[in-house]
Design a binder for this molecule. Structure first.
Ligand SMILES: Nc1ncnc2c1ncn2[C@@H]1O[C@H](COP(=O)(O)OP(=O)(O)O)[C@@H](O)[C@H]1O
Ligand SMILES: [Mg+2]
Length: 275
């Protein structure tokens, strides 16, 4: 009798309504003519989480991210953002929820557009007012003062350009940020600075990250969980604790870990002072 009463009392708590994950990718395939670049990739990222995708060059990491971002329409499978399925073509509203930052801050900014124009454009496209205030606020957010507003890309350092690229991604106040090797093109000394910035922005804005990198040290500092890709497939999913404890199950991940620690020793040293 007592047991039955307790059970009944416990029921509402036992079935909490869990929010849909911020991002779900289910059985994604991407083909480029003869190349089957992504072969049945599935993963799920919780709201507020930072999820890493690692793997060597050519393993399909960018292709997965670009398909999620709507930059490649030739995929099959399912992509859901906060529970809503998205198709090959994205509606305008999608870009208020999902934005991407690319590896190359040189290539991703138009050489003849000022920072102001880069930041004003998405606001105009989405019909958002208050451009002045929004631009100043986002520049402050990424650690660039108002003096940077009317500069051209060639008047900025690599790190400053990447800050502008981050500002452009944030100006529509998205929930999900897709980061494709966001520091790989930068000097080692600047990499930790940008990673610190991203960590702070995630905390301040409650962002969800999917971070693609070939560098396991970066993932260890930025993410809670990661997937390891090899030849278009996810071969292992693990927590960063498991990665730090050098506990990957798959020989492929262990090999990647050794290579990453060997080649990126300088980067790893820089990241040790990172908080
Ligand atoms: N636009 C494209 N056209 C043809 N092949 C592509 C294209 N983009 C990527 N690929 C191929 O898909 C595979 C995965 O590439 P990619 O996703 O860029 O790998 P990663 O980001 O892990 O280095 C590679 O074999 C690459 O050559
Ligand atoms: Mg890539």
């Amino acid at each position: 009798m007592t047991v039955a009463v307790r059970r009944r009392g416990g029921l509402p708590e036992a079935v909490p309504s869990t929010p849909a994950p911020m991002l779900e990718v289910v059985d994604m395939h991407v083909r480029f003519d003869a190349v089957h670049a992504v072969r049945g990739v599935s993963f799920s990222v919780t709201q507020g989480e930072s999820f890493g995708i690692v793997g060597e060059s050519g393993s399909g990491k960018s292709t997965v991210l670009r398909a999620v971002a709507g930059l490649n329409s030739g995929w099959s499978g399912a992509i859901r953002i906060a529970g809503d399925a998205v198709g090959p073509r994205r509606e305008r509203g999608f870009y208020k929820r999902v934005q991407m930052v690319f590896q190359d801050p040189y290539g991703s900014l138009h050489p003849r557009h000022t920072v102001d124009r880069v930041l004003a454009e998405p606001l105009a496209i989405h019909g958002l007012g208050d451009a002045e205030a929004r631009i100043e606020r986002v520049l402050r957010d990424v650690g660039l003062g108002p003096a940077f507003r009317f500069r051209y890309p060639h008047q900025l350092s690599g790190g400053q350009r990447q800050r502008v690229a981050v500002a452009r991604a944030l100006i529509l106040e998205p929930s999900l940020l897709l980061l494709d090797e966001p520091t790989s093109a930068l000097d080692v000394s600047v990499q930790a600075e940008i990673l610190n910035l991203l960590t702070r922005l995630r905390a301040e804005h409650g962002l969800t990250f999917v971070l693609v990198t070939h560098n396991l040290a970066v993932v260890a500092h930025m993410c809670e969980r990661l997937a390891v890709m090899n030849q278009g497939r996810i071969v292992e999913e693990l927590t960063v604790e498991q990665l730090r404890a050098a506990e990957p199950r798959e020989p492929y991940t262990r090999q990647l870990l050794r290579a990453s620690l060997g080649y990126d020793r300088e980067a790893a040293r820089n990241l040790e002072t990172f908080d």
